[in-house]
Design a binder for this molecule. Structure first.
Ligand code: FO1
Ligand code: CA
Length: 306
């Protein structure tokens, strides 16, 4: 999803009062039917705001798909994107505010007024950045690029990716507040999100990676025992030539960025990752309690390395 930065209290029991800023990936964002959909920002907002469908992992709880069916009945394409009715209200508010000239960061703020996620949620940039995936085109040696969501959802990330491009990133700037939040943070945590299309997209916004590298940074491995816990991170990692392995992902982030790295017990006993302090513990997020314990372990390691 993104990167969280927060002033951490010296006394870990004061963690309740710590302020957390989440810097969300917007590379997955897509415009459909005139609506701007921001999956990662919405997933953070709905999940922390108590409105997400936990089993699906995206969109709203108690969702229906009548608008999607009606659009399909008109012959509207694409039909592969699950645009839920409740979720669509969010996209309508966002589209209306963007059309009125508000930047995405202000729109996100306004949406969070309703959901009260308990963290400050910032898009990585107000500039449009879209992840596109380049694949081989039907055997004639050609190639074509498609939006990340088409590759991910329609093709199930099963078409081998030749490359993954963050379109617009080179000229983008971080959203207002992003660099200040990082500079003010006591520690930065990299969540166990996709290292290429989620965390990688955030780090690809000019200025963000360098700002984070100044801090004490601890990451949590999204790879356990050589396989992604959720999603097809393996398909993204192979596109950039990184092995689907907890240590390989740490080495990919590199010691200039990462101070500490949490891996699952399944990955204990391997070699050191040069320049990065590794620690093993259970990393399956099976419920809110186990998830909180992982966050606490990452925080503890960061406080130790600070
Ligand atoms: N993921 C799917 O696998 N199928 C969908 O139809 C789908 C719709 C969707 C709608 C709104 C939203 O916020 C997320 C949605 N996702 C869907 C999840 C999304 O494609 C990805 O999991 C993320 O972009 C990856 O981080
Ligand atoms: Ca550092």
């Amino acid at each position: 999803m993104g990167i969280s930065a927060g002033p951490a209290p010296a006394d870990p029991d004061a963690a309740e009062s710590a302020q957390i800023t989440v810097i969300g990936n917007t590379g997955d964002d897509i415009t459909l039917f005139g609506l701007r959909v921001c999956p990662d920002l919405d997933t953070v907002m709905y999940t922390l705001g108590g409105g997400s469908d936990e089993s699906r992992g995206w969109g709203r709880a108690d969702e229906s798909f009548v608008v999607k069916e009606e659009l399909a009945a008109y012959g509207m394409r694409p039909t592969w994107f699950g645009l839920g009715d409740r979720d669509t209200a969010t996209h309508i508010v966002r589209a209306q505010m963007l059309a009125a000239g508000y930047p995405l960061s202000a729109v996100t703020d306004a949406l969070c007024e309703r959901w009260q996620p308990g963290v400050r949620l910032l898009p990585m940039s107000d500039d449009q950045i879209e992840t596109h995936v380049v694949v081989a085109d039907d055997g004639d040696g050609g190639r074509r690029a498609m939006h990340f969501q088409e590759w991910w959802i329609r093709h199930g990330a099963a078409l081998p990716a030749e490359s993954i491009v963050s379109v617009g990133a080179d000229t983008a700037v971080p959203a207002p507040g992003v660099l200040d939040a990082i500079a003010a943070a006591d520690i930065v945590l990299l969540p166990p999100s996709n290292p290429v299309v989620s965390v990688g997209s955030v780090l690809g916004v000019p200025g963000i990676r360098a700002a984070i590298a100044e801090k004490t940074v601890v990451g949590v491995s999204p790879i356990i025992g050589g396989a992604p816990v959720r999603g097809r991170a393996d398909a993204c990692l192979s596109a950039i030539g990184v092995e689907t392995d907890a240590r390989a992902v740490a080495a990919h982030y590199g010691p200039e960025l990462l101070d500490g790295w949490l891996m699952d017990d399944a990955d204990s006993g391997g070699p050191d990752v040069p320049g990065i302090t590794t620690r093993c513990r259970p990393l399956y997020m099976s419920d809110p309690e186990s998830t909180a314990a992982i966050a606490r372990a990452a925080l503890d390691l960061a406080l130790e390395l600070r």
